[in-house]
Design a protein around this ligand. Structure first.
Ligand code: CA
Ligand code: CA
Length: 511
């Protein structure tokens, strides 16, 4: 079978399209010569998007994204208005943070799983968004928060009332029999395990409920058959509406400190979803290191976020974000490429990302090129890539140090279009910093961060080998500060990727 070979030049500190040369005495492959003969970045017009689950996902905090009705709150119709923008960037998947009715601004405490929060719109708006996504070959997944509900969810009041009657030895109705086990309850404080956080159920009640995240997030009892039945109904409700899959919140917490039971529960959840929609895509939030994330792939869930590539783990791994301006870190990046490819021992799809709504944005406030470089490194990794909204324009925010609230990493994008309320604020934000130009301005600037994202995502879409191919090291310079040359092979097609880690456009590679 013919093997097609192509050469992709990934240039990181500068622009696309610069080919390094090998000294005449060099014994290593010369990128100008031999099997890697064709430079593929010269064609930036065609796409070759495969319709599988190796996609580029764009994470949206709806509240801060785009407001369609001028009430200072982003909404689902606002997302629909920006679908062409998202598609033009090169994304073919969207993950919406929670959209259900909730008592909080972030909506990770769901009070009704079968509706859309009024401030975000209606179920009809959601159906319209799904249809408009599908017209553009964009898959839409939603956050599914199944470890806990909001305290104001009617499930919780019914459960407290039923459990109270049960403790008092009273006769329960059939419905109460179901609800008494809906949440993780402890009869007294003495029953609460030492590593679990629990709260008293409230006035008139003597018992406690588990709430490891907050007192407003009582945790479901995943052993209850009635709870599983309800979860199935919720998932079916959204799959029937046309939702393409789920991002599962806090999968390590279903059974607190019990990974084996969590994996077993995820296996049930995956089977349940795939019986309804075989090509659904599910990604889990197992906020942990490489080893445990790999174990969670045994559940059959398609992907688990690779936290080892994120800002949160950068100081340990030096993987992407830890690469310094002098370019050192090639070896750690290469190791990361390989470990990301191997995550889950070949089961499922890797899910690399840099940042999300729970961690500082990776944005460097005064270095456009480093913003580009970092994203370029991410975009050459295998798997389904996840980006956080606003990173493409260098939106800045940290939830560490002096400005330690999560709202600061969830601030609105500035579209630069005065018809849109782009300066709306979210409750509790203490810092809104915009080190770079608006979307409108960056779209018009060929050298902007945004246009670099577009170029890199186009390369990723044009060349399925990048997300799917097996990795081979061809050359790496010994000084670990300039050049990395790898190949990726998928379906008998091989591409070469050269990473220029230096700050120079033309490299005389000495390796
Ligand atoms: Ca609105
Ligand atoms: Ca739990």
């Amino acid at each position: 079978m013919r093997v097609s070979v192509k050469l992709l030049i990934m240039l990181l500190l500068v622009t696309l399209g610069l080919l390094p040369s090998c000294k005449s005495s060099c014994n290593k492959p010369d990128p100008y010569d031999g099997e890697f003969g064709k430079r593929i970045e010269e064609d930036l017009t065609t796409t070759n998007i495969l319709e599988d689950n190796y996609r580029n996902y764009y994470e949206i905090f709806v509240r801060s994204f785009n407001d369609s009705n001028m009430d200072l709150v982003g909404d689902l119709n606002g997302v629909t208005q920006k679908l062409d923008y998202i598609k033009d960037l090169g994304y073919n998947g969207i993950w919406l943070m929670p959209i259900n009715p909730s008592s909080s601004y972030h909506k990770y405490d769901v009070n009704n799983y079968y509706d859309v929060d009024k401030s975000y719109g209606t179920l009809d708006d959601l159906k319209n968004l799904i249809n408009e996504c599908h017209k553009r070959n964009i898959k839409l997944i939603i956050d599914l928060v199944l470890n806990h509900s909001g305290k104001a969810n009617p499930y919780f009041s019914k459960a407290c009332s039923a459990y109270d009657k049960y403790l008092k030895g009273l006769t329960l109705t059939a419905e109460e029999e179901i609800y008494k086990d809906f949440y993780v309850f402890y009869p007294t404080a003495a029953h609460v395990p030492s590593n679990v956080t629990a709260y008293k159920a409230g006035a008139g009640y003597s018992f406690y409920y588990e709430g490891n995240f907050s007192d407003n997030m009582p945790e479901f009892n995943c052993d209850s058959l009635a709870v599983k039945e309800e979860f199935k109904n919720i998932m079916k409700f959204y799959l029937d509406l046309g939702i393409d899959g789920f991002r599962l919140d806090a999968v390590k917490y279903y059974y607190f400190n019990n990974n084996a039971k969590n994996i077993e529960f995820l296996r049930w959840l995956n089977t349940t979803v795939k019986e309804i929609k075989p090509d659904a895509y599910i990604v889990g939030e197992c906020f942990d290191g490489y080893e445990l994330i790999s174990e969670y792939y045994d559940s059959g869930i398609d992907s688990h976020f690779n936290f080892a590539t994120s800002v949160a783990y950068a100081s340990q791994s030096g993987v992407i974000n830890g690469t310094n301006p002098e370019g050192r870190g090639i070896t750690s990046y290469y190791n990361s490429l390989v470990s990301n490819y191997n995550i889950g021992n070949g089961q499922g799809i890797p899910a690399p990302f840099i940042d999300n709504h729970d961690m500082p944005r990776y944005t460097y406030q005064s270095n456009v090129e480093k913003n580009k470089f970092t994203f370029g490194l991410l975009a050459m990794m295998n798997g389904t890539l996840f980006s956080y909204y606003g990173d493409e324009v260098g939106l800045y925010g940290t939830n560490k140090g002096n400005n330690n609230v999560d709202q600061n990493v969830r601030i609105p994008i500035k579209w630069g279009d005065f018809s849109n309320l782009d300066c709306s604020v979210i409750d509790g934000v203490t810092s809104m910093q915009y080190p770079y130009a608006t979307v409108k301005e960056q779209l018009e600037d060929a050298n902007s961060i945004l246009n670099y994202y577009k170029k890199v995502l186009l390369l990723r879409n044009q060349n399925p080998e990048i997300a799917r191919g097996s990795i081979e090291l061809i050359a790496k310079d010994n000084k670990d500060n300039k050049m990395l040359f790898i190949s990726k092979t998928y379906n008998n097609s091989k591409i070469g990727i050269i990473f220029n880690f230096s700050e120079y456009e033309n490299l005389n590679i000495d390796y």
